[in-house]
Design a protein around this ligand. Structure first.
Ligand code: ADP
Length: 639
């Protein structure tokens, strides 16, 4: 598994931290501003679209108003009323034509008080009924100013059937229609009752401006808002300012979704739409007739591009500002890094020099800040180290001198011991031989008091011999001249043999000797190990009171044989515990005199045990007895 490498360099860490610190506000600012800009742009676009719709509606209303003004004028004219009363359809046709012209309408038709057509601007035919539902309402006194759907029959009677006709082209996902030509028309209409002087309704007049293929409304929208506008008859585009190739993009159908939302549900639809070549923000608002029925839609669309361009410009500028900010942060952090890491580098170098023994080296940081203070403290410390080092060096030299002198003295002492011991051994052996000769009667009979004297002399000769041998042993061990015969020693049998050889000595004081020894083997020099154990058990017998107890145990402990010799003698005072293994050390010299001994036995034991790679120590409670412990390595061939 790959682990992320730890950043070790302070400079790198500082740079990373400063970048993070710079990036967080820049990113936050960028995100907040982008969201704010996007939201603002969306609101603006929405407002623009809503505004466009209002403008388009106003234009439509203005056109209806224009029709209304003309219709009111004709309806109120004396000539119209009298012509109606006289049934003068010729005059009325003239009036209709004039009204059509002044209203900018596609047709004007005048009705009598029973709802029959009495004059048409576009046709000679009269006497029929047209727009019966609307006319009926008007003859009841209502004025109508609205957008209405005109059926094929009405349009035919007004000679407009060819003008309104639009070929329907179906596209993918367009609303369902089961015809290929639209014959109906959508028109702005103004209808007004005509009243005589007494207020009686004598007829009605209608002026209509057909929207199919008429682009004045949509072009006006374009002129005012610069945006796209389309009028739909139900789902069919009948008037638009969108150009497709060289003509207007009419005859196509709205999508199913929009149709459903606007025509079926009567809701205004807002959304994005792809119109001819570009994306638009769009709104489709239902068009209702005077009955409140939905007969079509008014569409306005504003291209998304300017908003997106503005948004992108602002975003790009934010990015540029961000990059500049980041670069500035990086630059500042690099300068700071140099200011921080340089003195640190200096201090590091200085510390390395001092630690490698160059106590005269000093760091050069001269700033007045904390680094300067640190450098001063460091230099002071280095100076103190240098002084201490000088002192230590001097002491070490003195110590070395003393040590060499001591070593020399020690060697001399050791040489003297060896020489003296050797010189003493020969005459001692001779003395011993003569004393034995006299004692065993070879030189003739001796008296009892002479025997006693000679036995004391023999004891002392033996003691002296042991002392000399111990001294020689120690010298040999120290000089590394002690020859050791390493062999496997079965501890159990070995201990038992030593104990049985010492039994007579123990019996003299009626001392009970127990042992509990595991059957384990060590590797060592039999004579030397026997010397150690014998010494310890002899000491134990020596110091244990009459009828006392001695225990020898041995067991395996890790890779060692752990042997203990325990007695219930007087014990050793705590202050002496650490010294009894020193040469010639005896706990109490007056007691020593009584017990005999030279103070060399334990020193020899320690040297032998350590020469075997083991250790020896004692545990004792004054007045309660002592336990001597030995650890000797087990025979590795067996382990
Ligand atoms: P020594 O030949 O005098 O016995 P050792 O080196 O064997 O010399 O012992 C040093 C001293 O340690 C002894 O003089 C004695 O005071 C003390 N000592 C040794 N073994 C025991 C023991 N089992 N109990 C009490 N004291 C002991």
């Amino acid at each position: 598994m790959n682990t992320i490498p730890t950043i070790k360099k302070l400079g790198t860490k500082l740079t990373i931290f400063s970048i993070i610190i710079a990036v967080i506000p820049i990113l936050t600012l960028g995100m907040v501003s982008t969201t704010t800009i996007t939201d603002t742009m969306e609101i603006q676009a929405q407002q623009k679209i809503t505004n466009d719709l209002k403008i388009a509606e106003n234009i439509v209303n203005n056109k209806i108003e224009k029709l209304h003004v003309a219709v009111v004028h004709t309806a109120n004219a004396e000539e119209t009323v009298s012509a109606l009363k006289n049934g003068d359809s010729k005059k009325l046709k003239e009036m209709a034509k004039l009204t059509k012209e002044s209203a900018g309408a596609d047709f004007v038709t005048i009705f009598d008080n029973r709802g029959r057509v009495i004059a048409r601007s576009n046709n000679e035919v009269i006497g029929d009924y047209e727009l019966p539902n609307l006319i009926k309402k008007v003859l009841n006194g209502t004025e109508i100013n609205s957008i209405e759907m005109l059926d094929e029959e009405t349009l035919k009677m007004e000679n407009l059937e060819n003008d309104v006709e639009i070929n329907i082209s179906k596209t993918y996902n367009s609303a369902d229609v089961d015809k290929s030509i639209e014959n109906k028309g959508m028109a702005l209409v103004s209808i007004k009752p005509i009243k005589d002087h007494d207020g009686n309704i004598v007829g009605a007049i209608v002026a209509a401006d057909v929207l199919n293929g008429d682009y004045t409304v949509v072009d006006k929208v374009k002129e005012i808002t610069g945006d796209t506008a389309t009028i739909f008859l139900e789902g069919l585009r009948i008037s638009t300012n969108v150009q497709k190739e060289d003509s207007r993009a009419i005859g196509t159908l709205v999508s199913k979704e929009v149709y459903h939302e606007v025509i079926n549900n009567g809701e205004t639809y807002y959304g994005r739409a792809f119109v001819v070549t570009d994306w638009y923000l769009t709104a489709y608002k239902p068009i209702r007739n005077s009955e409140g029925d939905i007969i079509g839609m008014l569409f306005v669309g504003t291209p998304e591009k300017p908003f997106i361009t503005l948004e992108n410009n602002i975003r790009n500028q934010s990015i540029i500002v961000g990059i500049i900010g980041l670069s500035a942060a990086l630059g500042v952090s690099l300068v700071l890094n140099r200011k921080i890491t340089r003195p640190l580098e200096e201090l590091k170098k200085g510390a390395e020099l001092v630690s490698s023994g160059n106590y005269n080296s000093r760091v050069e940081v001269k700033t007045a800040d904390e680094f300067g203070e640190l450098a001063k403290a460091f230099n002071k410390m280095a100076e103190e180290i240098r002084i201490s080092h000088e002192k230590l060096k001097k002491h070490a030299e003195e110590l070395e001198k003393s040590y060499n002198e001591l070593k020399e003295l020690d060697k001399m002492k050791s040489d003297i011991i060896v020489i003296v011991s050797h010189e003493l051994r020969t005459p001692l052996t001779s003395i011993k031989g003569y004393v034995e000769l006299v004692l065993d009667g070879t030189m003739g009979p001796i008296t009892e008091s002479q025997r006693k004297c000679l036995e004391i002399a023999e004891d002392n000769i033996k003691r002296l011999k042991r002392l000399i041998e111990s001294m020689l042993d120690l010298s040999k061990i120290e000089r590394g001249e002690l020859e050791m015969n390493m062999e496997e020693i079965g501890i159990k049998h070995f201990v038992e043999k030593i104990l049985s050889s010492l039994k007579p000595l123990a019996d003299e004081k009626n001392i009970n000797m127990n042992h509990d020894v595991e059957d384990i083997a060590i590797k060592g020099d039999k004579d030397r190990i026997a010397q150690v154990l014998t010494n310890l058990v002899e000491n134990a017998i020596k110091f244990t009171p009459i009828n006392g107890n001695i225990g020898v145990n041995a067991f395996k402990e890790n890779e060692y044989a752990h042997i203990t010799v325990t007695d219930n003698g007087p014990g050793i005072p705590e202050k002496d515990l650490c010294r009894i293994f020193d040469r010639f050390y005896q706990v109490d010299s007056s007691a020593k005199r009584k017990k005999g001994g030279s103070g060399l036995g334990l020193a020899v034991c320690k040297s032998i045990v350590e020469a075997h790679g083991g250790s020896i120590w004692v545990e004792s409670k004054h007045g309660k007895g002592s336990t001597f412990h030995i650890l000797l390595p087990l025979n590795q061939d067996e382990v």
